[in-house]
Design a protein around this ligand. Structure first.
Ligand code: DUC
Ligand code: ZN
Ligand code: ZN
Length: 473
């Protein structure tokens, strides 16, 4: 064996399959050896007594995604991937969003320009299909899938993004034909609009009424409809940001009927409730306005159960970063606006892994193997990046997290995003990455971030490998 550039020694290696003691030998940015008593490397990291997991794959985050002025996302590829790395995430998959009337190709080209030379960790793109023209369906999507954009998000709500059921069927048919992964945002747009108008007519416009306009029913109905549309086309789907029991029940029903329905959930459905949007009419609740909204403690328990028992495939942040006290953020134009106009989304890229590790693994709710599966291995498989990403195996990229354990109180000051708050301010955490390695380079050492914008590269995705028997499996 030629000399190893780096050895991470005495690691307690955790994969989605097992946990074992090993040294990890790294050269050329990849894992090249795994075993006990590896020869000395040119550099050594002592991980004795530490858990080492694959770098996280955050398969649902929004970075520098164009939105209507004056609103603007706080994180671009520089600050967003910096924040990701400091929280143990070494691959991000944000969204190249088609504008209605525009082409997918324009969206992809624009998004590459935004990422180029700025990312600190590797990245791939999902597409958002908001205008399913014949050209998009029959020319652009097939070509882009071949080029490595193998997943696309379909919205059932939001005026500027949503597709009607017929259009959803058209897009699902393309996913089926080419073996791509369709992600679905399931909320019933008409119900939300109807409820919003009634709330507005009654003068109920404070942030907390965002949750009243999007009750569980609107997610349940759309989840059932998405499942039915996928059944009609006979194609697997992945339902994103599942928030509570009634949507979970629909997915369990689908699985029991043999349908391939994958599901994602996010930290906000474990750690926030609707009370975080306000128990009175204070505008502070705008900080936690996201869709679907956080529910209540009993729904949180259902989500925890689903993480433990295999209902959920993927755990993502849905990082959608808007500053609170800013005219380009939660106070558009400097105003405290009615909930309908509050930009939807909360930051979470950096806190995703530490929250789940602290409360899930150290809290005894999920195993360490399940943690790795949900946060790294399955997202890599779902979006065609495995085994290069999401695994600790010979040949995989040397993207690793060496965990540090110990209690501390989280505050926004220690985070690296460009957002002026965290929804998890004041929460006691029990773990944080002591080291993050991306391609064998230490990008975070537990105290300092080692910046090299542009070290992150674009990753063309293969077809999903979560679906045995289908292309790409
Ligand atoms: N909901 C979404 O669907 N996307 C971004 C943020 C949010 O809250
Ligand atoms: Zn969404
Ligand atoms: Zn999202």
């Amino acid at each position: 064996m030629s000399a190893l550039e780096l050895v991470v020694r005495h690691a307690r290696v955790a994969t989605a399959a097992d946990i074992f003691e090993a040294d990890i030998g790294i050269s050329g940015g990849r894992i090249v050896a795994l075993g006990l008593n590896l020869p000395a490397g040119a550099r050594e990291i002592d991980a004795a007594g530490r858990v080492v997991t694959p770098g996280g794959v955050d398969a649902h985050c929004h970075l520098d995604q164009p939105v209507d002025p004056p609103v603007r996302m706080a994180d671009d590829f520089d600050s967003g991937t910096r924040s990701a790395a400091c929280g143990g995430t070494t691959t991000v998959i944000p969204f190249a969003a088609q504008r209605k009337g525009g082409t997918l190709r324009e969206a992809v080209d624009d998004y590459h320009r935004r990422a180029e030379g700025r990312a600190h960790v590797d990245y791939a793109f999902h597409l958002i299909v908001s205008d399913a023209t014949p050209r998009v369906l029959h020319e652009e999507l097939p070509a882009l899938i071949r080029e490595g954009y193998t997943s696309f998000k379909i919205y059932m709500t939001y005026d500027d993004l949503k597709l009607d059921d017929g259009q959803v069927l058209d897009v699902l048919a393309v996913a089926r034909e080419h073996g791509a992964m369709a992600m679905i945002h399931a909320e019933n747009a008409d119900c939300i609009e109807w409820l919003t108008r009634r709330l507005e007519a009654a003068g109920r416009t404070a942030p907390r009424f965002h949750a009243h306009a999007r009750p569980m029913l609107v997610e349940r109905e759309a989840t059932h409809r998405a499942i039915s549309l996928a059944e009609l086309v006979d194609v697997p789907i992945l339902i994103v940001h599942v928030s509570g029991r009634e949507a979970v029940e629909q997915i369990r029903w689908a699985r029991a009927h043999g349908l391939k329905v994958f599901a994602e959930t996010c930290p906000q459905y474990l750690f926030l409730t609707a009370d975080d949007l306000g128990i009175d009419d204070s505008y502070l609740g705008a900080r936690c306005v996201c869709s679907p909204p956080p529910r209540d403690a009993s729904n949180q328990r259902v989500i925890w159960d689903g993480l433990g028992d295999g209902l959920f495939t993927v755990f993502s942040s849905d990082h959608a970063p808007f500053r609170y006290d800013a005219p380009e953020g939660k106070k558009p134009g400097g105003e405290e606006v009615a909930f309908r106009h509050i930009p939807n989304g909360i930051p979470g890229l950096e806190t995703r892994l530490p929250l789940l590790y602290s409360e899930g693994v150290l809290g005894g709710r999920i195993t360490l193997e399940k943690f790795v599966e949900l946060t790294a291995t399955n997202p890599a498989k779902a979006y065609g990046l495995h085994p290069r990403k999401g695994s600790i195996a010979i040949g995989s990229d040397a993207d690793l997290v060496v965990w540090g354990e110990g209690e501390f109180v989280l505050s926004n000051e220690r985070l690296h995003h460009a957002v002026d708050y965290t929804p998890y301010e004041g929460r006691t955490l029990r773990a944080w990455p002591a080291l993050t390695l991306a391609g064998g380079e230490v990008v975070w050492d537990g105290r300092d971030f080692h910046a090299r914008a542009g070290r992150g590269r674009f990753l063309p995705c293969g077809l999903p490998t979560l679906m045995p028997g289908r292309r790409g499996a």
